[in-house]
Ligand binder design. Structure first.
Ligand SMILES: [Zn+2]
Length: 277
């Protein structure tokens, strides 16, 4: 099969602080990028225990060049670099049979969810599609769903897994930790997490016939709650964006891909307003 992996970092076992996933940090980050890379490798090895897989990995955290190549299988491809126009789903298209989201985290506003946010928390407070509150998992699953690609596996904390099962009941979840607060977790050790991820990935690929592409069908309404009025000032410049409130923006799109593209554009342009002089 052809497997697409979007890998984030906050959901890595043991990780509980921004320092641990901040590329500017020279003490903690090097440790956790190695653990992140090993979790990606465990997911690939688990998938390949079920069937042969061609793998494309999209490094999707922060500057998007976190993965350590010496920790990865030698026969995969990796999308690295910041920024990528389609961000966490760059390169995801109809050429894939299934997707894994590793190291993912819950959406902004969820309690007992370590480092929970939705894309750029400095400009984005909330996102709804057709009234459905969306986190990164759902936004990205819906993008891949437009190309017929189902999400098979998620790895991260309990809050992530609980949220995802509401909309993606087929998804296999490797729950490597339980968040006890925004900045604290009760976690498996890295070694135990790698074993769990590999076994869950094997199951996810073995049972992939049960999985479905997640889709928002037909025309969609995108509602954005900006984090600040000044970010919203810039988002509102985008042609077609309405502004029902100071921090509220609305965009009607003919299909979900257009709504997703509009969301990415709004985040990028919103930064222009959110930056402090
Ligand atoms: Zn991240």
């Amino acid at each position: 099969m052809k497997l697409y992996i979007s890998c984030d970092m906050e959901g890595t076992a043991g990780l509980c602080s921004w320092e641990q996933c901040d590329p500017n940090n020279t003490t903690e980050y090097p440790i956790y990028r190695r653990l992140m890379s090993r979790e990606v490798r465990a997911a690939i090895e688990g998938a390949r225990a079920a069937e042969p897989c061609d793998v494309l990995v999209n490094d999707a955290h922060s500057r998007m060049h976190n993965l350590l190549f010496d920790e990865l299988p030698s026969d995969i491809r990796v999308l690295s670099g910041y920024r990528k126009a389609l961000s966490m789903v760059q390169g995801g298209d109809e050429g894939f049979d299934g997707a894994f989201f590793t190291g993912y985290h819950a959406g902004i506003g969820v309690e007992r969810a370590v480092l929970a946010h939705t894309y750029s928390p400095n400009v984005l407070y909330g996102v709804r599609i057709n009234g459905v509150e969306c986190d990164e998992t759902l936004l990205n699953a819906a993008y891949l769903g437009e190309f017929g690609v189902p999400v098979l596996l998620l790895t991260g904390d309990e809050a992530l897994c609980t949220s995802a099962r509401k909309h993606l009941p087929w998804v296999r979840c490797a729950q490597v930790k339980r968040s006890t607060d925004y900045y604290s977790t009760d976690s498996l050790t890295p070694a135990a997490a790698l074993a769990l991820i590999a076994e869950t990935a094997r199951e996810a690929v073995s049972c992939r016939a049960e999985a479905r592409p997640f889709r928002f069908t037909g025309s969609v309404t995108l509602d954005i709650e900006a984090a600040s009025v000044e970010a919203a000032d810039y988002m509102a410049l985008i042609p077609g964006f309405m502004r029902p409130g100071g921090r509220s923006l609305r965009f009607s799109a003919p299909h979900y891909v257009a709504a997703f593209q509009a969301l990415i554009a709004a985040m990028r342009i919103g930064r222009g307003g959110a930056d402090r002089a």
